[in-house]
Ligand binder design. Structure first.
Ligand SMILES: [Ca+2]
Ligand SMILES: [Ca+2]
Ligand SMILES: [Ca+2]
Ligand SMILES: [Ca+2]
Length: 259
């Protein structure tokens, strides 16, 4: 018996061993395949996540940069606007003297009360004669070529037929100042109203004010406390509020102004 079954038994054992080994190898291959698949999925997910994060971060950074740039530009523009406004505020010219004397003794003195030089060729006086509510004769420019007026300095405009004492200190002789006491005057520089003398659109009769301080046959010197023009040409006007009044044909204050 032993001899007869030995060979088949050994064959069976060998077959079992071989099958077992093959099975083990086969399972191993399957596991590896699964692992690889799993690894690929996990890695892909991680890669994707990483990519997404990087993309998001990159996008965010770009967005942030763009936002920052836009914000900066807006800030810069806002700053520029504020600076421009401040510069404009420094362009500050006022009437500092008004002479409405006898005959052709008529003169206006302008004072630069700001901190920047102003080009007189960019400034004009508009007259509103006898209660007119629109300018009479158009804007009368105060220089035909660039003429800077430094801060603290005055510029005198006068009638060419005025007294020699007026002509001596007159920077511009202009034959167009027909004001005689009841006419409003508006000073404009760079298209901006700087000062208004009188009340535009109102005919006061012969003059504004009450004796002895009126706008006719007198010399008016701006009070030294006034450093800003009257920007409201529509309200009531009393020269005594912002002006010191002197007798007719007083010329001694013309050509200088001390605020
Ligand atoms: Ca008049
Ligand atoms: Ca007069
Ligand atoms: Ca006014
Ligand atoms: Ca003066």
């Amino acid at each position: 018996m032993k001899n007869i079954w030995r060979a088949p038994l050994m064959l069976a054992l060998v077959s079992l061993l071989l099958f077992g080994a093959w099975s083990c190898v086969g399972d191993g291959d399957d596991d590896d395949s699964d692992d690889d698949a799993d690894d690929d999925i996990v890695n892909d997910d991680i890669d994707d996540d990483a990519d997404d994060n990087m993309d998001d971060d990159a996008d965010d950074d770009v967005d942030d940069d763009i936002d920052d740039d836009v914000d900066d530009d807006i800030d810069d523009d806002t700053d520029d606007d504020v600076d421009d406004d401040m510069d404009d505020d420094m362009d500050n010219i006022i009437f500092s003297e008004y002479i409405e004397g006898s005959s052709n003794n008529k003169a206006l003195e302008l004072y630069n009360a700001g901190s920047a030089s102003v080009d007189m060729s960019m400034c004009a006086v508009q007259l509103y004669l006898d209660g007119a509510d629109t300018p009479t004769g158009g804007a009368q420019f105060l220089a035909s070529v660039p003429t800077p007026l430094a801060p603290g300095n005055v510029y005198v405009v006068c009638n060419p037929g005025a007294d020699a004492d007026i002509i001596d200190v007159c920077d511009l002789q202009k034959n167009l100042f027909g004001f005689d006491g009841d006419d409003a005057l508006e000073l404009i520089c760079y298209t901006t109203t700087m000062d208004v003398f009188g009340q535009i659109g109102q005919d006061p009769g012969d003059y504004w004010g009450i004796e002895p301080c009126t706008t006719q046959n007198q010399t008016l010197v701006r009070k030294n406390t006034i450093t800003q023009g009257d920007l409201n040409g529509a309200d009531a006007f009393d020269p005594a509020v912002e002006w010191d009044c002197y007798d007719e044909d007083t010329f001694t204050f013309l050509g200088e102004h001390t605020p």
